[in-house]
Design a protein around this ligand. Structure first.
Ligand SMILES: Nc1ncnc2c1ncn2[C@@H]1O[C@H](COP(=O)(O)OP(=O)(O)OP(=O)(O)O)[C@@H](O)[C@H]1O
Ligand SMILES: [Mg+2]
Length: 200
């Protein structure tokens, strides 16, 4: 199946070969919060697009777009975060599986997301996108060349340097870490997330 990427590129389905299939737990409905963490250009949106339908995804970029017609207008960030958290809260209260697409590199940005999941007694896991800085810069440039958004290099450098993998690991029930050469799940896949695209 071919999906179009933000920059118009076809998705080549970058799924790791050989990942063991984790079947759904019998009698358990899928539920929980899956949080992306990673610098701009790291591949968060691409990872999501081949796995979840758009209505299960809450994203700061899309909320900005809905608020002011411009997904990169930073003046709309607070309104976009309020909207994203309201959507997340409403879905969590219904125990609906929700994917959060934002950079989330700072602990204080992850805290309200973790809070929403925890108060609803939902498992919360992360996908930590950690390609090298060079890869992020290259992908950002490629995306811009295909007509997608172009994040200033200095911002990518700052976000990339701000990621603290150990902090992320201690906050979440489990973390999937994707680097340029590895793709590994740390921790135990929560029962409600077994068999969901988080493990693919
Ligand atoms: N695993 C991958 N291998 C090769 N190219 C990739 C991979 N993941 C993403 N890309 C490409 O890199 C570019 C950036 O990816 P994407 O838009 O998903 O990044 P992002 O983390 O969502 O960035 P932002 O925070 O700016 O939204 C896109 O052009 C995408 O097609
Ligand atoms: Mg994105």
């Amino acid at each position: 199946m071919t999906h179009l990427q933000p920059g118009g590129q076809p998705n080549q389905a970058w799924r790791p070969a050989g990942r063991p299939v984790v079947p759904p737990a019998p009698g358990v409905d899928p539920a929980g919060v899956v949080v992306m963490v990673g610098a701009p250009g790291a591949g968060k949106t691409t990872f999501i697009e081949s796995r979840w339908p758009y209505w299960q995804v809450v994203a700061t970029d899309r909320c900005r777009l809905m608020i002011c017609d411009d997904e990169k207008d930073q003046s709309a960030t607070q309104d976009a975060l309020d909207l994203m958290h309201a959507l997340l809260r409403a879905r969590c209260r219904r125990r609906k599986l929700t994917v959060v697409d934002a950079t989330n590199v700072e602990r204080e940005h992850r805290a309200p997301i973790l809070h929403e999941a925890r108060v609803c007694l939902l498992p919360v896991v992360a996908v930590l996108h950690m390609p090298s800085l060079q890869t992020c810069l290259h992908r950002n440039a490629q995306r811009a060349a295909y007509g997608g958004h172009d994040v200033p290099e200095e911002i990518i450098r700052r976000y990339h340097a701000a990621i603290r993998p150990a902090e992320v690991a201690e906050e979440f029930d489990a973390v999937r870490v994707i680097t340029d050469t590895t793709d590994t799940i740390y921790g135990t896949v929560p029962t409600e997330l077994q068999g969901t695209p988080w493990t693919w």
